[in-house]
Ligand binder design. Structure first.
Ligand code: ZN
Length: 119
């Protein structure tokens, strides 16, 4: 297994940066970026082992989106069972009485989404 990947961005080799310049004299080129595998220790499931930057990643997705979604097509919505509960809690309103700032306590309500154990 090689330790490097070439960036998979379809336009990587057209971006004008010094880091892409290779060759000498009148035989210079812009070359696709060479990426050291594991450079971010698997951050975001290793996606940055294949793309030098966000632009190259999205160029790739734009060019291959139809093929990418064909790998695992979503033909219906997924659902996660939940419970929605109302919860009361102590809160404060801020106001002014006789030019004095006051914190006025009141009982507030918030909606909480709770996961449901299906087992
Ligand atoms: Zn790139």
């Amino acid at each position: 297994m090689s330790e490097y990947n070439w960036c998979h961005g379809p336009n990587c080799h057209t971006t004008e940066t010094q880091s892409r310049v290779r060759g000498s004299g009148n035989n210079k080129v812009l070359r696709t970026i060479k990426i050291k595998q594991g450079r971010y220790n698997g951050y975001q499931d290793g996606i940055w082992d294949y793309f030098c930057n966000n632009r190259c990643l999205f160029d790739f997705i734009r060019e291959h989106i139809t093929s990418i979604v064909a790998i695992a097509p979503r033909r219906e919505a997924l659902e996660t069972p939940i419970k929605v509960e109302k919860e009361k809690y102590e809160s404060y309103r801020h106001g002014w009485i006789n030019d004095r700032h006051v914190r006025m306590p009141y009982q507030a309500t918030r909606t909480v989404i709770k996961s449901v154990d299906n087992d």
